[in-house]
Design a binder for this molecule. Structure first.
Ligand SMILES: [Zn+2]
Length: 381
């Protein structure tokens, strides 16, 4: 199952803006009122709460009935979640809480959207959906939220689709992510990060100089650098994920390290390198690979990152001494290889080790049928 959120900024005239703000405040007022009621009535049944509050609210508020119902559903849902976590006190909804719309309270057309609101008359707002989102046009719309963020209104449309049926073709690629080589595939593909590192160092140097200055213009420059850096990182991650997924066919498996485990000392990277690790950038790359893989019928699997850089990918002998900077040299069998590539192969092998004999036999048969050629060893990129 895949799901995405499409964000549409709303271009409003002052009147529409005021109406939507008023509607939002009233919506949150009602949600808070119902959450209180839910608390005192000591029930989280949507039906019971509806019968006990609807008429009351309807006479006191000019919020359209569909939005009263929506506020009640949100309030009771939230109470239900809190109760599961062992909290009974009612939540306090912010006055800018998102309004959940449905088909009866909104209409999403090709060039505009109409929204029910407090004025009693629907407002129609012209919209432009970014061309990027066209790929989701045949997905199912699950929900539609009116969101207020940083002084602006947005519509968030959440769409959903079942993943196309996955039939393994036997291709499995392990990917090692790092600093020098941003990503290395067990198929000997290197996605080099030297340009990225150079730029990042330059940014970090400029940042330090500007931070020392501390003037107002320096602060402004700092913000613009941060923005550029984020954009740059994003472009790099898009590019790498596209290349990784683009090299694979439908039915392939990409294996990544589960980096939630990287905090455990298992990963033997030097301290300076680890301090360099932009963890956020790693997660972003992870995310992009997942998105693109899902759209192309490729599966992403995870393995524990412990020892992937210390283990020999040929004989599995594991020792810290095996790794010396960018080169891997096995102290047991003498096998040598680029260290990141060795890690990528371990990632692939670790995943294969988790398969049961039937799955394995199936993959092997598929690979032989496809005349899969084994990959030669290379010492360096
Ligand atoms: Zn070895």
């Amino acid at each position: 199952m895949g799901n995405r959120t499409i964000r549409i900024p709303l271009d409003l005239d002052p009147y529409q803006r005021q109406i939507l703000l008023d509607t939002m405040h009233e919506y949150s007022k009602i949600a808070n009122y119902i959450a209180q009621k839910t608390y005192y009535l000591n029930t989280i049944s949507q039906v019971k709460i509806h019968h006990l509050t609807y008429r009351d609210v309807r006479t006191q508020s000019n919020l359209p009935s569909q939005l009263i119902i929506s506020a009640r559903m949100k309030a009771v849902d939230t109470m239900r979640v809190l109760k599961k976590r062992g909290r009974r006190a009612p939540p306090k909804f912010n006055k800018y809480m998102a309004i959940r719309y449905d088909k009866r309270s909104s209409t999403l057309g090709a060039g505009n959207i109409t929204l029910a609101n407090i004025s009693g008359k629907r407002i129609k707002i012209p919209i432009t959906i970014h061309s990027y989102y066209r790929r989701y046009q045949d997905w199912d719309t699950k929900s539609l939220d009116l969101v207020f963020r940083d002084g602006k209104f947005y519509i968030h449309v959440s769409v959903e689709r079942d993943d196309p049926r996955f039939i393994a073709n036997g291709d499995i690629i392990g990917i090692d992510r790092g600093i020098v080589n941003l990503a290395v595939g067990s198929d000997n593909s290197f996605h080099n990060g030297s340009r990225v590192k150079k730029l990042r160092n330059r940014y970090s140097h400029n940042r330090k100089t500007l931070q020392k200055k501390g003037t107002r213009s320096a602060k402004r420059r700092l913000r613009s650098i941060a923005k550029k850096e984020t954009q740059f990182q994003r472009d790099v991650n898009h590019c790498i994920s596209k290349k990784i997924v683009g090299n694979m066919e439908r039915g392939s498996v990409i294996v990544l390290e589960d980096l939630k485990g990287i905090r455990k000392a298992g990963k033997n990277r030097s301290k300076s390198l680890r301090s360099d690790l932009n963890r956020w950038a790693f997660y972003q790359l992870d995310l992009f690979i997942n998105y693109k893989a899902a759209e192309n019928g490729i599966r992403v699997e995870y393995v524990d990152p412990a020892y992937t850089s210390q283990k020999c990918s040929r004989c599995t002998y594991t020792s810290k001494k095996n790794r010396r900077r960018s080169e891997f040299l096995c102290r047991s069998c003498g096998f040598s290889l680029n260290a990141d590539l060795n890690a990528a192969r371990n990632i692939r092998n670790d995943y294969i080790d988790t398969l049961d004999p039937y799955q394995l036999a199936y993959l092997v048969t598929n690979q032989i049928q496809r005349a899969h050629i084994s990959i030669p060893d290379v010492a360096s990129p």
